[in-house]
Design a binder for this molecule. Structure first.
Ligand SMILES: NC(=O)c1ccc[n+]([C@@H]2O[C@H](COP(=O)([O-])OP(=O)(O)OC[C@H]3O[C@@H](n4cnc5c(N)ncnc54)[C@H](OP(=O)(O)O)[C@@H]3O)[C@@H](O)[C@H]2O)c1
Length: 363
């Protein structure tokens, strides 16, 4: 059986959850998928870096409280994340990038992805920054080096929006997409409908773990703006930058607005959309909209997310599911690894083989 060796860059909620999946379900996943997964390197700003080419024993790392984890002093460990060295030099098949999203220039994740692809390593990432700002460049780089660049988790975490559009809609023309792509703002709009004011609803969302300590990116729509760029570029073939996507958040919606809308059969939603215009260009925007009750996105409540695809032959097709969550987003990475396997290694005698098979052949 083949095996992929992974380097995890960033060891916060998502990559830690991926390590949990591998540690707890590795055997059954291998049986189902036909390949095994092994973590050979981890880097993290706070914990440092840890490298073991025979495979890191994940159980003790996962038993430690996240904030307490320190790699210095362990064999192969260092207090220094050593990202560039780990990504470029440590033998691994796949780099899983899950550091923080930087909406301005995508760094440091953008450099992490570039280093990995140039080193001939596949990349999977949940990080919206490099995908929204530089997907075309990174896809070319991946193709030049014969490796995969997968990023399903950058929109709606593990809910397969990008792959649904790219793989399941062959022969259809997608004329536009509209989505509720931020669970925090959607939860807050629901609470406004119940008469709770914005600041109290934000505190609630923080207590429930939906909202960050700084909720600005959720409330002002910036998180959705990056996702709209990704949808417009990946699904409608646009080449948009942030300035091309109009962005207005939900901070001006009051409980009175929300209740008044409900009384008229409408629901305020923060909608991200990308629509092909008659001249072929793409209009992309994020704005609160009062949707009629029969709109496919009107019934999406709480932290759930959804994307409606408008197509020529099927009309509107809506996919809904979780848009966040550490396990859900780790699943996106797993689905990316499966895609990498299918594109680059499965049933292809000429493709480079996963590591164990290479070792077997060498031996
Ligand atoms: N969690 C979700 O539901 C979700 C859903 C979709 C997409 N995403 C995206 O997935 C990525 C990871 O999310 P997460 O929830 O795992 O975030 P997280 O819990 O904040 O973890 C990020 C980790 O990366 C580390 N880090 C930051 N800069 C680094 C660097 N230069 N080198 C090495 N490590 C670095 C952080 O260390 P410190 O803590 O010391 O800074 C932290 O441990 C983010 O880009 C996020 O936007 C998350």
């Amino acid at each position: 059986m083949g095996r992929y060796d992974l380097a995890l860059i960033g060891f916060g909620g998502v990559n830690r959850a991926l390590a949990e999946l591998i540690s707890q379900r590795g055997d059954s996943l291998a049986e189902e998928l036909g390949f095994a997964l092994r973590v050979v390197a981890i880097t993290d700003l706070r914990a440092g870096s840890l490298v073991d080419s025979d495979g890191i024993d994940l159980a003790p790392l996962l038993a430690a409280e996240p904030g307490e984890l320190k790699f210095a002093g362990l064999p192969g460990g260092s207090a220094d994340p050593r990202n560039e060295w780990v990504i470029r030099e440590v033998p691994a098949d796949i780099v899983a990038e899950a550091t923080f999203t930087n909406p301005t220039d995508g760094e440091p994740a953008l450099s992490h992805v570039r280093w990995a692809l140039k080193a001939g390593k596949h990349v999977c990432t949940t990080n919206k920054g490099p995908v929204a700002l530089a997907a075309n460049e990174l896809k070319l780089l991946a193709a030049d080096h014969g490796v995969g660049f997968e990023f399903e988790g950058s929109v709606l975490s593990g809910t397969p929006i990008l792959r649904t559009a790219q793989r399941m809609f062959g022969g259809l023309e997608i004329t536009g997409v509209q989505g509720i792509m931020n669970g925090t703002s959607n939860y807050i709009l629901g609470r406004l409908e119940e008469g709770i004011d914005l600041s109290a609803a934000i505190v609630e969302a923080q207590k429930l773990g939906y909202a960050e300590a700084d909720p600005t990116a959720d409330i002002e729509g910036h998180d959705v703006q990056l996702k709209v760029m990704i949808l417009a570029n990946e699904i409608l073939g646009a080449d948009l930058c942030r300035e091309d996507v109009f962005c207005e958040g939900i901070s001006k919606i009051t409980p009175e607005d929300a209740r008044d809308a409900v009384s008229k059969g409408l629901r305020w939603k923060l909608v991200g959309s990308a629509t092909r215009r008659a001249d072929g260009t793409v209009d992309a925007r994020v704005a609160p909209l009062a949707l009629p009750g029969d709109h496919p996105l009107a019934g999406i409540s709480g932290p759930v997310n959804a994307v409606a695809f408008h197509t020529d032959l099927l009309g509107t097709v809506t996919v809904s599911g979780p848009g966040a969550g550490r396990i859900e987003t780790a699943y996106a990475l797993l689905s990316d690894i499966i895609a990498i396997h299918q594109h680059h290694h499965a049933d292809d005698d000429t493709a480079p083989l996963p590591r164990v098979l290479q070792e077997t052949h060498r031996g």
